[in-house]
Design a binder for this molecule. Structure first.
Ligand SMILES: Cc1cc2nc3c(=O)[nH]c(=O)nc-3n(C[C@H](O)[C@H](O)[C@H](O)COP(=O)(O)OP(=O)(O)OC[C@H]3O[C@@H](n4cnc5c(N)ncnc54)[C@H](O)[C@@H]3O)c2cc1C
Length: 429
C-alpha cells in the first residue's frame, strides 16, 4: 500500500521546509520526507537575499534594486521580484519576533565572528543590537575555550573596516566550562537552565556568573557582543538577564558551523511545520520513482526505510534536496547529475572546464544545478518540463553561486515559497 498525500516535498532544509509550509496554506495534505541534516545547522541563521551581484559588485545596499538586473536563468529572475517580496513576508509571519529586518528593503550589516560585516536581509533578533550601521561603542567578549571567535581580533577588524563606532575585545573564561572541546550546545544549555556554576568566590547561576565575569571589563560601551551561544530554547530570557545585570544591550555574533542560530531556525521551522499539520518523515532517503503510463507524470517515489522500499504517492512533488553540499546534485569524474529523477544538469563534458585556475575565481561548478521554467519545473535538455508534477527549489537549482552572491537563504525562501504554493494549489484541486 502506498502512502498517499496531495503534496510531497523531498528535502528538509530551508527550501523544503518553506515549500511544505507554503503548500500547507492550501487545503491539501502535505508530507515532507528528508534524509540527513540539512545545511541549516551549518549556516549562520542569517537569511541573505543578495549581498553581492554575480559580477562581484557590492556589498549591495538594496537587494531589490539589484534583483531586476540579474541574468536570465538566475532563480530570482525565474520567480520574479514580487515573489521574493512575498516569500520574505511569508517568512516574517512564520518567524514572528525571532527575526528582524522586515522594516526595510535595504540590507542590514551584521558583524560575524571573523570581524567581517555581512549584508543580509533577515537576521535573528539576538543579533539586532549589534548591527554595524549603529554607532554605539561596542565591547566584544570571547572565550578561551571557543577559539573560533577571537574577540580582540574581531574588534580590530571591525574598526579597520571603518565601522562607525569604537570596538574593543576581551577574552574570558566561560563560567562552568573548562574543556576546549565543549559543544556550543553545552554553553547554551548551561545558560538556558541557569545551572549553578563555580565562580572565583563561591557559586552562582550561570547567567549571573557570566555577567559578573564581563562587568569589570565594561568601560563606556553601551552594547556587548557574545559569540552566538546565549541559550537555545530560552535565548531571549538569557539575553534579557545578561542585559539587566550589565545595564547594556546584549547581542550575539553569528559563528561558523555548528551554528546555534541555524539550529534555532531549524527548530522554528519544524515547530511551524507541525503546527501547519505537515507530516514529516526524517532519516529516510528517497531513492527511486515511477512514472504513470504516459511517462510525463510522477506516479510515486520510493523511500528506503531501513532496507524496506516504501512507495509514497502524491499529486505534486517538490524536489528540495540541496546542492553539491546537500547531495541533491552530485558529481563524478565524468558527469554531474541529480540522483533521484536524473533531471538534466547542464555542464561541460570536459571536467577541466568546471573550474578556473584562480581559487577565488568564478567557478562554473558553483552554479551547477537544475534549470527550471518560470513555474520552477526542471527542464530537460530540450527545454521541456521533465515531469508535469515536479518542481524544484533551493540549492538543487542552478544558475547562481550562493556563496559568492550571499543569496543562499533568499533563493531557498523564494523558490521554496513559489514551488510550494503552486504545488499546493494544484495538489488540492
Ligand atoms: C556552511 C554554509 C553556510 C551558509 N551560510 C549561509 C548564510 O550565512 N546565509 C544564507 O542565507 N545562506 C547560507 N547558506 C546557504 C543555506 O543555508 C542553504 O545552503 C541553502 O538555503 C540551501 O538550502 P536547501 O534547503 O536547498 O538545501 P539543504 O540545506 O542542503 O537541504 C537539503 C536536504 O535534503 C535532504 N536530502 C538530500 N537527498 C535526499 C533524498 N534522496 N531523500 C530525502 N532527503 C534528501 C538532505 O539530507 C537535506 O536535509 C550556507 C550554507 C552552508 C553550506
Amino acid at each position: 500500500m502506498a502512502i498517499e498525500d496531495d503534496v510531497l516535498v523531498i528535502g528538509g532544509g530551508l527550501a523544503g521546509a518553506t515549500a511544505a509550509l507554503a503548500a500547507a496554506e492550501r487545503d491539501g495534505q502535505v508530507r515532507l520526507v528528508t534524509y540527513k541534516q540539512s545545511t541549516l545547522r551549518h549556516a549562520s541563521g542569517l537569511i541573505d537575499v543578495l549581498g553581492y551581484t554575480p559580477d562581484g559588485e557590492g556589498p549591495v545596499v538594496d537587494p531589490f534594486d539589484a534583483l531586476a538586473a540579474l541574468p536570465d536563468g538566475h532563480p530570482y529572475e525565474r520567480v520574479g521580484v514580487e515573489a521574493v517580496r512575498e516569500a520574505l513576508s511569508f517568512f516574517d509571519d512564520v518567524a514572528g519576533d525571532s527575526y528582524a529586518g522586515g522594516h526595510t528593503d535595504a540590507n542590514a550589516l551584521v558583524p560575524t565572528h571573523g570581524g567581517t560585516v555581512k549584508p543580509t536581509a533577515r537576521y535573528p533578533a539576538s543579533t539586532a543590537a549589534g548591527l554595524a550601521s549603529d554607532d554605539r561603542d561596542t565591547l566584544l567578549v570571547g572565550f578561551g575555550t571557543l577559539p573560533d571567535f577571537e574577540a580582540p581580533l574581531a574588534a580590530a577588524h571591525l574598526e579597520a573596516a571603518g565601522a562607525p563606532f569604537a570596538a574593543r575585545g576581551v577574552t574570558l573564561s566561560f563560567p562552568g566550562i573548562v574543556r576546549d572541546d565543549a559543544k556550543v550546545t553545552r554553553y547554551a544549555h548551561l545558560l538556558d537552565r541557569d545551572d549553578t556554576v563555580a565562580t572565583g568566590d563561591g557559586e552562582a547561576g550561570a547567567r549571573e556568573a557570566l555577567a559578573a565575569a564581563v562587568e569589570p571589563h565594561l568601560e563606556d560601551e553601551t552594547r556587548v557582543g557574545f559569540p552566538a551561544i546565549l541559550g537555545d530554547e530560552h535565548a531571549a530570557a538569557v539575553r534579557a538577564d545578561l542585559a539587566d545585570a550589565l545595564g547594556v544591550e546584549v547581542f550575539e555574533v553569528p559563528m561558523g558551523p555548528p551554528s546555534l542560530p541555524g539550529i534555532r531556525l531549524e527548530e522554528l521551522l519544524y515547530d511551524a511545520l507541525e503546527e501547519a499539520g505537515v507530516r514529516t518523515t526524517s532519516g529516510v532517503p528517497v531513492i527511486d520513482f515511477e512514472t504513470d503510463d504516459g511517462g510525463d507524470r510522477i506516479d510515486h517515489v520510493v523511500v528506503d526505510r531501513n532496507g524496506t522500499e516504501i512507495p509514497y504517492r502524491a499529486e505534486q512533488y517538490v524536489l528540495a534536496t540541496g546542492g553539491l553540499v546537500g547531495k541533491g546534485v552530485r558529481s563524478e569524474r565524468e558527469r554531474v547529475f541529480e540522483p533521484i529523477f536524473d533531471c538534466h544538469v547542464p555542464h561541460a563534458t570536459d571536467r577541466y572546464d568546471w573550474f578556473v585556475d584562480d581559487v577565488f575565481g568564478d567557478h562554473p561548478y558553483a552554479r551547477f544545478g537544475l534549470v527550471p521554467d518560470r513555474d520552477l519545473r526542471p527542464l530537460d535538455a530540450g527545454e521541456n518540463p521533465e515531469y508535469s508534477n515536479l518542481r524544484a527549489a533551493g540549492a538543487v537549482l542552478g544558475g547562481y553561486d550562493f556563496a559568492a552572491e550571499k543569496s543562499g537563504g533568499g533563493v531557498s525562501l523564494a523558490t521554496g515559497y513559489v514551488a510550494g504554493t503552486r504545488a499546493g494549489e494544484e495538489g488540492s484541486e
